[in-house]
Design a protein around this ligand. Structure first.
Ligand SMILES: [Zn+2]
Length: 358
């Protein structure tokens, strides 16, 4: 390292520069090889900087010193990038340790490599850990896909399928889970935009229909302008936006079909109490916009219970209640079967044994 550069670096009190100098100071006698030039490495990972590691991976904002063999064991992409020949050909090194530069977000690459090192002890695979923030799942899934770390990809898909299932009984269109603490993800509706991208990246198309359904219900601002994750905006492309809008129209139509159950006569037309109750239910549905929602697969029983609570005289007899719920449920089940067709996903629903429960 030229003296002038070393002097410049020592004047710089930024964290990476200071740490880099420290490692050089630890080995003052070791002659620096010509390629041990100042590298401008990103800040070192606190957890993943092994002094006996044999490769430094420098990503955006974070650098790791790790073991090529460990990463190669879990990823064919790392196996190629970190083979002996590939490491020998890298143009940069620090104190003899080859440096691989990547454009990955260091924060997420660090998490991915941490998961690989920790294996089943990682939080990522813990069934009862706190829910993962969606942004973290997304960030890690993107690097896991790039390096083809299959068990991490599978786990990301498994967690996403909790909210975007192909099994109708598991679906809740508002993602409003009461007990968030035991859920696999902390996610909100607008994240559905990014889920559409992830479903494609992770080759999990069965996540798409319900992701589009949720997307149809979010603020058009997010549909058109995208959703921000730190400094990155994830935006639907033209084809996805078209599918989202066309799907919206189809879902409205399907919803009309489901809600039209309320227009039908009660099971026993002579019983005026039920006739009146049905009219009240219909009136309430019109008033709160339930006839104009692109949501034909909302949980029907919960909807009725809310209405009966608001207006007890809108509650028809047991027989009529059963008939209404049963008929709406049957129509919703038919809509569910059609979602794959609406969003171009085959097979749909996918075989249940592959719809892993979290
Ligand atoms: Zn009745």
């Amino acid at each position: 390292m030229p003296i002038s550069t070393r002097a410049r670096a020592s004047e710089n009190d930024s964290e990476p520069a200071r740490k880099r100098l420290k490692i050089e100071d630890e080995q003052p006698q070791a002659a620096l090889q010509p390629e041990d030039a100042p590298l401008g490495l990103a800040a070192r990972s606190e957890q993943l900087w092994f002094e006996r590691g044999d490769v430094i991976i420098s990503a955006v904002g974070r650098s790791l010193k790790v073991h090529a063999d460990v990463l190669s064991r879990h990823s064919d992409v790392f196996r190629g990038l970190l083979s002996e020949a590939a490491l020998a050909a890298l143009p940069e090194s620090l104190n003899g340790c080859p440096v691989l530069r990547t454009a990955d977000r260091g924060e997420y690459l660090e998490k991915l490599v941490g998961i690989v090192y920790d294996g089943s002890n990682s939080n990522w695979f813990a069934r009862k850990a706190k829910p993962l923030p969606f942004a973290e799942l997304r960030g890690v899934a993107i690097v896991a896909s790039k390096y083809n770390v299959q068990n991490v990809i599978d786990e990301a898909v498994r967690r996403l399928s909790f909210y975007f299932p192909s099994l109708r009984a598991r679906f809740r269109s508002n993602l409003d889970f009461n007990d968030q603490s035991s859920q696999p993800l902390r996610i909100v509706e607008k994240d559905a935009v990014a889920v559409i991208k992830l479903a494609k990246l992770l080759k999990a198309p069965f996540l798409l229909p319900t992701a589009y359904v949720v997307c149809a219900l979010i603020d058009p601002e997010y549909q058109v302008k995208g959703v921000a994750y730190e400094d990155e905006v994830v935006k639907l492309d033209d084809d996805e936006l078209k599918l989202c809008l066309e799907g919206h129209a189809e879902l409205m139509e399907e919803n009309t079909h489901v809600m039209s159950t309320l227009f039908e006569d009660p099971s026993h037309p002579s019983y005026t109490q039920c006739d009146t109750a049905l009219k009240k239910l219909l009136h309430m549905a019109m008033k709160d916009g339930a006839l104009a929602e692109p949501d034909p697969i909302f949980p029907v029983q919960a909807w009725f219970q809310r209405k009966y609570k608001d207006k007890p005289d809108a509650q028809p007899c047991q027989l009529c209640q059963y008939r209404l719920e049963e008929m709406m449920d049957r129509r919703q089940a038919e809509v569910w079967e059609r979602l794959g067709g609406i969003y171009g996903v085959v097979p749909w629903p996918r075989p249940p044994e592959r719809d892993g429960s979290p």
